[in-house]
Design a protein around this ligand. Structure first.
Ligand SMILES: O=P(O)(O)OC[C@H]1O[C@H](O[C@H]2O[C@H](CO)[C@@H](O)[C@H](O)[C@H]2O)[C@H](O)[C@@H](O)[C@@H]1O
Length: 283
């Protein structure tokens, strides 16, 4: 049963409960969103990068034998892979493409509709060219219209043009959804990050506790996929209702939590009798 949406509790209030939940676990599955979670939100999407502490904490978790790590992003798979190293699993385009064990699976319907996305992105690039700082990100299986740096007065124009183009050239096959100062264009199919997380979790041993950390609307389905047996953590300093049970304020606090999880991961390794990762020598 999924958790009803209500404002998630600040993480530090929930640590004893989480400790209890992790106590029964043999393994951990840690899934992370990228923008707004590992990487702070920035004006230019090309400039987004994980914080150094998140990079280090993720690398440490990825090297822990009882922990599986995954990055589940709205970015194209190739893009997010180039931005963060370490996890054994990557999902791109909100779960429409999944890379694990040396192979990449692409949602077959999304693959068929890629040609329409391509066309719409190219039409939008022309139609929005005169709007200062508006940017169209063609991610092959989905497309994103960025209006973060667009003058306030031009925002309704961006929305109207994008709506019109997607309605006219996408018909019933494509849908428009919101994100953080973006409009996402994707195939109108019942598939999202939550489905990708379910697929990833299905391959893990039965006593695995899944954890998902994310900051945006598309992360909600992933929170529902892990809660209530696993742990959903929403990144944000507001009281927005969410399917996640816990909340941290920022990517900085994500790093604190990952470090805390890392120490728990070491406990799991001791419990299962697997060898711990060799200590890293200070430089
Ligand atoms: O699922 P995510 O990994 O969080 O990806 C969601 C979208 O993130 C990116 O856009 C967001 O981050 C940008 C850089 O900080 C920011 O400028 C933009 O306003 C945010 O919405 C990415 O560019 C999109 O493709 C992703 O869908």
């Amino acid at each position: 049963m999924s958790r009803t949406e209500s404002p998630p509790r600040p993480l530090d209030e929930r640590l004893p409960t989480l400790r209890g939940r992790l106590d029964g676990a043999a393994e951990l599955l840690v899934c992370l969103d990228f923008d707004g979670t590992l990487a702070p939100i920035v004006e230019d999407p090309d400039a987004a990068a994980p914080t150094e502490r998140n990079r280090e904490a993720l690398a440490a978790l990825a090297a822990t034998p009882a922990v599986t790590t995954a990055v589940v992003s709205g970015r194209a798979l190739r893009d997010v892979r180039a931005r963060v190293d370490g996890p054994s699993i990557y999902a791109g385009n909100h779960g429409l493409e999944l890379a694990r064990e040396g192979s990449i699976a692409v949602h077959p319907v999304a693959r068929k509709r890629a040609i329409r996305i391509e066309r719409i992105c190219s039409i939008l690039e022309t139609a929005l060219a005169s709007v200062p700082n508006c940017r169209v990100e063609n991610k092959r299986l989905t497309g994103t219209v960025h209006y973060r740096s667009v003058p306030d007065a031009a925002e309704p124009i961006v929305r109207r043009i994008t709506n019109t183009v997607v309605e006219r050239f996408g018909g019933d096959d494509l849908e428009l959804s919101p994100g953080k100062r973006i409009l996402e264009i994707g195939p109108d199919i019942p598939w999202g990050k939550g489905n990708a997380v379910e697929l990833i979790a299905a391959d893990e041993p039965s006593e695995t506790v899944p954890v998902y950390i994310g900051d945006d609307v598309t992360d909600e389905s992933a929170f529902r996929a892990v809660e209530p047996d696993g742990i959903g953590i929403r990144v944000g300093d507001d009281d927005e209702p969410s399917s996640a049970s816990c909340r941290v304020d920022s990517p900085t606090e994500v790093a604190d939590f990952l470090a805390w999880l890392g120490s728990t991961g070491a406990d799991l390794v001791d419990r299962t009798g697997s060898p711990a990762a060799p200590p890293v020598e200070a430089q």
